[in-house]
Ligand binder design. Sequence first.
Ligand SMILES: NC(=O)c1ccc[n+]([C@@H]2O[C@H](COP(=O)([O-])OP(=O)(O)OC[C@H]3O[C@@H](n4cnc5c(N)ncnc54)[C@H](OP(=O)(O)O)[C@@H]3O)[C@@H](O)[C@H]2O)c1
Length: 302
Amino acid sequence: MMTKELGKTGVYLPEIGMGTWNYRADPGPSRRGFEAGALFIDTAESYGTDHIVGEALKGFRQHVFVATKVSPQNFSRSRLCVSVDSILKRLGLDTIDLLQLHGPNPAIAIKETMDALAEVVNAGKVKFVGVSNFSVVQLIAARRAFHLYSAVSNHLRYNLIDRTIEKDLLPYCKAHHITVIAHSPLARGLDRLQDCDPQGVLANLSRSMGKSPAQIAINWCLCKEGVVAIPKSNSEAHILENCAASDWRLSADRLRGLDSVIRYCHRGRFDTLARLWMPDRLMPFVRRVVNSLPRGIRRRLR
Ligand SMILES: NC(=O)c1ccc[n+]([C@@H]2O[C@H](COP(=O)([O-])OP(=O)(O)OC[C@H]3O[C@@H](n4cnc5c(N)ncnc54)[C@H](OP(=O)(O)O)[C@@H]3O)[C@@H](O)[C@H]2O)c1
């Protein structure tokens, strides 16, 4: 498994990790993933998967980079410190490798949150600090408030059909050595990628390269400097397939082919905010409605 440096920390991450949002399997598939080189796992206090991640880590802890996220409602100093203790307890760990702010919270001054993060770093409970779903402006504010340690990563949605971050976030992160952890690198399901691929370029490439469509989609993310990806799967077979999306690169010609044929969007600010603030419980309903629409409309809404 190829690695990439986390920010300018000198720590190298496997370029493919495992996401755990909606992870419904037992620890087995994640453990097979560790054995296949995905020694990087991402969870969050809101996912409800800490106990299973903790189980999976038994016997692997010293080799695995563990990233988690604190929820925006816990960004005040007192709540953040309590959250970190609870996360450590649920995971059964002494230290979190990367603690990320799960999304911006304008109701709490970023300085207060960053001071609380400094406290948990100084206490040895957290090694590195990152953010998630922060815009460039929010990232600059966070870095100003946290000059001592600096945010080393931004966890962002990035895949073949959602290239919103290419406008400003990706260049900013690259220029400031902030690792982009690409979430939803499979666009939350291959059917969504296929909706945006009317000429079947992914299937054709898959046949000619002997790589699966998922591997090509993940590798497309990894071809970008400073980007690592964390696909999620409940299935051992998919996890092993995803791990094999490393150690090779799509050629420039093939990247151009994908970029010119697959339809992608750059989301506007309103769209991004609506997705960020939509309550989790509404998501299955919204997804069902979108899935029932004709392909052309569906594609615009994804
Ligand atoms: N910070 C944030 O705000 C945020 C937001 C979203 C996600 N995330 C993180 O990013 C992770 C990944 O994103 P995601 O879960 O949204 O979506 P994703 O990884 O893009 O897609 C997951 C879907 O793809 C399927 N899949 C996985 N590997 C496959 C393969 N090789 N072939 C075919 N299908 C495959 C999975 O089904 P099976 O399980 O059946 O394989 C699942 O339905 C999350 O788990 C979470 O850790 C973070």
